[in-house]
Design a protein around this ligand. Structure first.
Ligand code: F6P
Length: 324
């Protein structure tokens, strides 16, 4: 392997820049050429490439987003698009690819590799933490801190007005952000897709906590939760069934994806970026580099897409006990 390309794909996540930097500098360390691909798989199809050296990635470890930009590519879902991407890689004499993204990115990599037998190594970059085979994904820790900071602010006003707030957080089908930020921010209730609470149990529980002396409440609602999916409808239902409690809705939205990465995410991204180049040099391919028990590991792409949506029962118990 002499030349490695790197791209970011899917939803951006804080720490992606730190991961690109680690890949680029690892290439420089091993005397390999490195090519940055703009706009994920979309840029791969169009040959939107730029040579990157160690200095090209200066002053980016602290920046959110991805300087290579990202996209959710429709073209790469087609056989013709992938054939074009392969042609671009061959024309530029690229020997291997590092893809930084989430499950959609890895699915694309699996199909591409099946068709063209091209060495690809992936890094888990998504705020959702919904990838199997890694304890944490790049961007998740920063997103948790952003959510907790936002809920702390909501708590101030909720408390001043004796209000109930439903706070919607991201995570797609995974409740990791909701459960951890919910515990961290001291939420009364946490609605996650992995556990369907039901509207009536929610209302009953909120009634109980009001009777126990709580004057305001925070309910963290994961965007993928069954009853939380329609958060405004849920608020209406609560208003109808819980008198004397003003219910407000805050949807945190894309602020959860922005901002400077936390130190944890910068270190994680740096370790995984170096791990990706190491893996390629060791002849590995079709794997994702993750972190398990604080050790860098490689996991089959197929494995990385399996059953990530397991919420530790202990977290649910802790949330129940500490919100009493
Ligand atoms: O996967 C990251 C994520 O932010 C999810 O939490 C969310 O469901 C989705 O992306 C939003 O995607 P988009 O930015 O394309 O609207």
């Amino acid at each position: 392997i002499k030349k490695i390309a790197v791209l970011t794909s899917g939803g951006d996540a804080p720490g992606m820049n730190a991961a690109i930097r680690a890949v680029v500098r690892s290439c420089a360390y091993h005397n390999l050429e490195c090519i940055g691909v703009y706009r994920g798989y979309e840029g791969l199809i169009e040959g939107d490439f730029k040579e990157l050296d160690a200095r090209s990635v200066k002053n980016i470890i602290n920046r959110g987003g991805t300087f290579l930009k990202s996209a959710r590519s429709d073209g790469f879902r087609t056989k013709e698009g992938r054939a074009e991407a392969f042609k671009q890689l061959k024309n530029a004499n690229i020997d291997a690819l590092v893809t930084i993204g989430g499950d959609g990115t890895f699915k694309g990599a699996i199909v591409f590799n099946e068709e063209f037998d091209f060495p690809i190594v992936g890094l888990p970059g998504t705020i959702d933490n919904d990838i199997n085979g890694t304890d944490f994904t790049i961007g998740y820790d920063t997103a948790l801190n952003t959510v907790v900071e936002a809920i702390d602010k909501i708590r101030d006003t909720a408390n001043s007005h004796n209000r109930l707030f439903l706070v919607e957080v991201m995570g797609r089908d995974a409740g990791d952000i909701a459960i951890n930020a919910g515990i961290g921010a001291g939420a009364e209730e946490i609605l996650i897709p992995e556990q369907n609470m039901g509207r009536d149990r929610l209302v009953a529980s909120l009634k109980r906590s009001k009777l126990s002396g709580k004057s305001s409440s925070i309910v963290v609602v994961s965007e993928g939760d069954q009853i939380g999916k329609n958060i405004f409808g849920l608020a209406e239902y609560i208003r109808e069934n819980l008198e004397d409690y003003e219910c407000k809705v805050t949807v945190l939205g894309h602020i959860q994806r922005g901002g400077a990465p936390s130190c944890y995410d910068r270190v994680l991204a740096s370790r995984l970026g170096v791990g990706a180049v190491d893996a390629l040099l060791n002849g590995e391919r079709d794997v994702m580099i993750g972190i398990v028990h604080n050790k860098v590991v490689s996991v089959d792409f197929v494995e990385s897409l399996k059953g990530a949506n397991n919420i530790d029962e202990d977290l649910i118990r802790v949330a129940d006990i500490t919100s009493i």
